[in-house]
Design a protein around this ligand. Structure first.
Ligand code: NAD
Length: 427
């Protein structure tokens, strides 16, 4: 079965995020035995909703924004996945992100399927009132297909706890009662979980630490480059810094900062939080954006947007370990080059799964209306992450594959076996 059948509307054209996912999926097929016949289910999203979002702007004009919610697969439980507000959001990207959530939740053995949403908008260009109106109308438009038992959104690029609070409130107003479990990543006093904000970055560190030990890479003084210094990148950088590694290069949308002896990460975080960017922290140490991938380091952490590690980067990058904090940062052809060059990649579906793991805890706590301490959260999260990383590491050794393919094997076996047992309705 050809994965990229051009007659299907959901087959993306060219080097798109969705096609990248399809190529990754194809690599799993030879390892699945008779289950591979069922793989077609994962080559298409179960449900894709495109919505028009009219917003009354502060000057009284009406602007229309396009939004999406895609449920890629819900065989093992409700859809789970973030909502992205970014000017480049499109259906192809949201489909790919939703599929990666399917794989991620199954690879971690969380009782969720995969979903994702987004609105094509630059949130920095909206006032707070405009952003609230956009969020509430988007939520109302996707209201029918979300819910604590159906599909549970969360923050992603360009969204945060405040936006989740507005989504929760809008859903609750329509339901006639407070439904905290409809979204995760909420503020803690509204049913959010302790530890959620730092969870993804922490998971990047934990998975990196575990795999570094497997490949014999000493973390003390290891040089680290981090692309993206938001929620994920800054926390991962901080934990590596606190555990003795040297964060030598950080890039965000505004600048690329290089300090050979190691950046003072807590200070840079303070600066970034005050200025919303890293530019200007140390003008003399700023290098060109293109130079980021040419820095020599043991570990690279892409933690911004997808598709940044292409063939050119893969051919030249000087690293031992790549920790995919972002979703889909490495394109499929680049992946093969990295494998040939013996550079280990901890794939997004494992590496950045700390966030969804604590989102799962948030959902469980909301149902129970009983909340755990931060210590309990991290203890449980680390246990789930460490087990998943080692399951995937051992599967990769057994299959003779990359960790990405191994994660897909573990995930696809779980999903396809679940579908086999459930059967197809109507039978
Ligand atoms: P964020 O909005 O907090 O931060 C994004 C960072 O990327 C910012 O520092 C921004 O300046 C930087 N950036 C944007 N465009 C850039 C560019 N062109 N070049 C370099 N840097 C750029 O987002 P986040 O929550 O940290 O998410 C980052 C990535 O991690 C995304 O791919 C997201 O899907 C993924 N992710 C996030 C979570 C989570 O819990 N937040 C969970 C899983 C995966």
């Amino acid at each position: 079965m050809n994965s990229i059948d051009p007659s299907l509307t959901y087959a993306g054209q060219g080097n798109t995020a969705w096609n990248n996912y399809l190529k990754q999926l194809e690599k799993v097929s030879p390892f699945l035995g008779e289950l591979s016949e069922r793989l077609d289910m994962l080559r298409r999203p179960k449900r894709s909703l495109i919505v028009d979002i009219p917003v009354i702007m502060d000057d009284g004009t009406v602007r229309h924004f396009e939004g999406y919610r895609v449920q890629h697969n819900v065989t093992r439980g409700p859809g789970k996945g973030g909502v992205r507000f970014h000017p480049d959001v499109n259906l192809d990207e949201v489909m790919a992100l939703s599929a990666w959530m399917t794989i991620k939740c199954a690879a971690l053995n969380l009782p969720f399927g995969g979903a994702k949403g987004g609105v094509r908008v630059d949130p920095s260009q909206l006032s707070r009132r405009e952003l609230e109106r956009l969020t509430r109308r988007y939520t109302a438009e996707i209201n029918l297909i979300i819910g604590p038992q159906k599909d549970i959104p969360a923050p992603d690029v360009g969204t945060n706890g405040q936006i989740m609070a507005w989504m929760m409130d809008t859903f609750s107003m329509n339901a006639g009662s407070t439904v905290t479990g409809v979204v995760t990543g909420k503020p803690v006093h509204l049913g959010g979980s302790l530890g959620r904000v730092k969870a993804t970055g922490r998971g990047v560190y934990v998975s990196g630490r575990e795999v570094a030990a497997e490949i014999g890479l000493e973390l003390k003084d290891a040089r680290i480059c981090v692309q993206g210094f938001g929620n994920v990148g800054s926390e991962a950088a901080l934990l590596f810094h606190d555990n003795g590694s040297k964060v030598v290069c950080v890039q965000d949308h505004s600048a690329t900062l290089y300090q050979e002896h190691g950046i003072d990460v807590p200070k840079l975080i303070e600066y970034m939080q005050a200025n919303k960017k890293i530019q200007g922290y140390a003008f003399n140490d700023e290098i060109s954006n293109d130079a980021f991938w040419k820095v020599s380091a043991e570990i690279f952490i892409p933690a911004a947007l997808e598709g940044v590690i292409d063939v050119d980067v893969a051919q030249t990058i000087d690293a031992k370990l790549i920790l995919e904090g972002a979703n889909g940062p490495t394109d499929s052809d680049a992946d093969e080059i990295l494998t040939e060059r013996n550079i280990t990649v901890v794939p997004d579906v494992i590496c950045n799964a700390g966030g969804v793991t604590v989102s799962y805890f948030e959902w469980v706590q909301d149902f129970a209306s009983y909340f755990w301490t931060e210590e309990e959260i991290y203890q449980r999260m680390d246990a789930i992450m460490v087990k998943a990383v080692h399951d995937v590491w051992h599967k990769s050794k057994q299959a003779g594959s990359t960790m990405r393919t191994a994660a897909y094997i573990v995930a696809c076996e779980r999903i396809l076996n679940a579908r086999k047992e459930r059967g197809i309705y109507p039978g």
